[in-house]
Design a protein around this ligand. Structure first.
Ligand code: ZN
Length: 294
């Protein structure tokens, strides 16, 4: 029997494929190994069912997006949790990460944690919120202590596939645990399904309120190798830049030192935020300086 589902976790060459409430531990058929096309968590796949618990992956559907590190595909939305106090995530790093992610065709959502703290810099928060809301992204401050905005967070997750990222100490695990604890039934299910998920560094989807959530352990905002992108792709895919494509004087304009650049004009006319353009130049320089490893 042939069925379609998606990979919720992988473990030592076995992939758990979720199909309408059932999970099939599946091995990829030999040809994938030869083609060097490895299944990723999040992949939509076609399986050949062997019995009620096992199957073979016979096809991998095209990916809408994927991260290289951690390895996960078809991310519907990526929640980035950052803290402005203890630890302080630099605004420039948050900007850079948000923009890298959206350049990879992934919808970012930004949560700023610990807003209950007395030393929470609300002005700084409001500025971050303003910049991202301007380009259409959701930004939310919250507190695991006082549960401020927790209902809005739940609404954003309901029915979606969400991947969480955040540096150590920002309160990511706390939020995820509290979300999972809310629905005892879901918590129990994931415990029953889990094979010591706290010990693994792999991504794993856990059912949550008609959707799924996945944590990404050991992941940092500084990590540049999360996506694979060229300078040219960046100059086109960078949020807000698409509408200027082909309008600059030079073909293949990287909107950097080239004269008569429409993107630079837009920055001067405040059509593009200066901070956004600076983030772009930062990423562009990283791409120029990196060694081609792929
Ligand atoms: Zn240009």
């Amino acid at each position: 029997m042939i069925k379609e589902g998606f990979i919720i976790r992988s473990n030592a060459g076995l992939y758990d494929v979720y199909v309408d409430g059932d999970i099939y531990a599946s091995k990829p058929r030999g040809k994938f190994r030869k083609e060097l096309k490895h299944p990723l968590v999040g992949d939509n796949v076609v399986i050949e069912v062997l019995n009620e618990k096992e199957g073979f992956i016979i096809d991998i559907k095209d990916r809408i997006n994927y991260l290289i590190r951690p390895k996960v595909a078809n991310i519907e939305q990526l929640v980035i949790i950052a803290s402005l106090v203890d630890p302080v995530c630099e605004t420039s790093l948050i900007n850079r990460f948000m923009m890298l992610v959206s350049t990879a065709n992934i919808k970012p959502i930004l949560f700023i944690s610990k807003c209950d703290r007395e030393d929470f810099p609300n002005d700084k928060y409001l500025e971050i919120e303003r910049v991202f809301k301007n380009i259409g992204y959701t930004v939310l401050k919250y507190s695991s202590k006082t549960n401020e905005n927790i209902d809005q967070i739940k609404m954003l997750l309901k029915g979606h596939k969400t991947v969480f990222t955040g540096q150590t100490g920002v309160g990511k695990s706390k939020l995820i645990n509290s979300l999972l604890g809310i629905n005892q039934k879901v918590g129990e299910t994931s415990k029953a399904l889990g094979r010591g998920r706290h010990t693994t560094r792999l991504v794993e989807y856990i059912p949550y309120d008609e959707g799924w959530i996945a944590d990404t352990p050991g992941f940092s905002l500084i990590d540049f190798d999360i996506i694979r992108i060229s300078k040219e792709e960046l100059s086109y895919e960078f949020p807000g830049f698409k509408k200027y494509f082909g309008k600059c004087k030079f073909r293949g304009c990287l909107h950097d030192s080239e004269p008569n650049c429409k993107v630079k004009e837009a920055v001067e006319n405040n059509e593009i935020e200066k901070v956004q353009y600076e983030t772009y130049l930062g990423i562009l320089n990283e791409l120029k300086n990196r060694k081609e490893r792929y």
